[in-house]
Design a binder for this molecule. Sequence first.
Ligand code: CAA
Ligand code: NAD
Length: 283
Amino acid sequence: MAIHKVMVIGAGQMGAGIAQVCAQSGYEVVLNDLSEEALDKGLKGIERQLARSVEKERMTEKEKTEVLGRLNTSRQRSDAESCDLIIEAVVENMEVKTKVFADLDEIAPEHAILASNTSSLPITEIAAATKRPDQVIGMHFMNPVPVMKLVEIIRGLQTSDETFKAIEDMTVQLSKTPVEVQDFPGFVSNRILMPMINEAIYAVYEGIASPEDIDTVMKLGTNHPMGPLTLADFIGLDTCLYIMEVLHDGFGDSKYRPCPLLRKYVKAGWLGRKSGRGFYQYE
Ligand code: CAA
Ligand code: NAD
């Protein structure tokens, strides 16, 4: 199945990055969000990244203009009617995502694939909100999208081989490495990463060491590019909490219980970098 035009729903840190790499790889892109402010912020971020690439001579000014020419923003979900692929990157909440997918199922053309960038939610359940579960799939990009090479491709129970192949081919077209994963909570990446982050938060909660020292141990002691608490702030503490809840509910195992300190921070609105405060403070 040929994919030419892509809609990305949600212009937050993931959606903007996904829109950028799609436009850079030659796809026509519509970046959609409910909020005008999010669209402005997303587009400005993309322009900044592209300007940096020109500065570093990885791209010419002409190529930058062409990439931006392929990228439009929209607050109308109805623009999905002209797209071959819709990639959803809204908040990590099943109710919100199933509502988006049910709407898209009505709007998108019959041949269109509906993909979710969910970090952990069951693709099978998201697909059940549509009448085309064979054309629903997980396309899990990593943050920051322009830099990270992996895309986990998650097969829901009813995802067809044709849908899988189209998304696998597109992932390669985006210069990323696809890995096929079955539909279980947290997939592979977050089943392994999030319990480590949650454990680091327990270490703060229990007063074992300061956030700075915990991050230093993991950076210098195990060669992680970012310490787990810096990474949690980077991902978003709300997203980390949602993922831990999905693991906890999905497996029913107490080893996945979210740390009370994580809940407290999220309740306080300390969501990490995007809100200006998490385990660290940002200007
Ligand atoms: N967007 C685009 N590019 C970015 C970026 C961003 N947000 N942040 C950094 N970069 C680019 C920089 O432009 C730079 O590129 P050039 O050198 O070519 O200009 C390059 O990345 C390196 O950046 P820096 O030198 O500023 O900093 P760094 O060496 O510390 O690298 C990092 C930054 C790539 C983010 C690195 O710290 C890292 O790999 N961190 C871990 C990221 C990670 O684990 N991501 C997965 C999160 S989990 C997830 O995504 C799944 C989920 O569902 C939650
Ligand atoms: P974010 O909070 O930065 O952005 C979410 C955006 O979605 C916001 O701009 C919001 O206005 C918009 N939105 C919310 N409801 C909407 C709707 N109904 N229609 C259109 N737009 C809507 O979140 P994020 O970090 O970009 O995460 C988005 C998704 O990607 C989540 O499912 C998350 O789990 C997943 N994800 C996140 C990361 C990460 O590191 N943050 C990594 C991989 C996957």
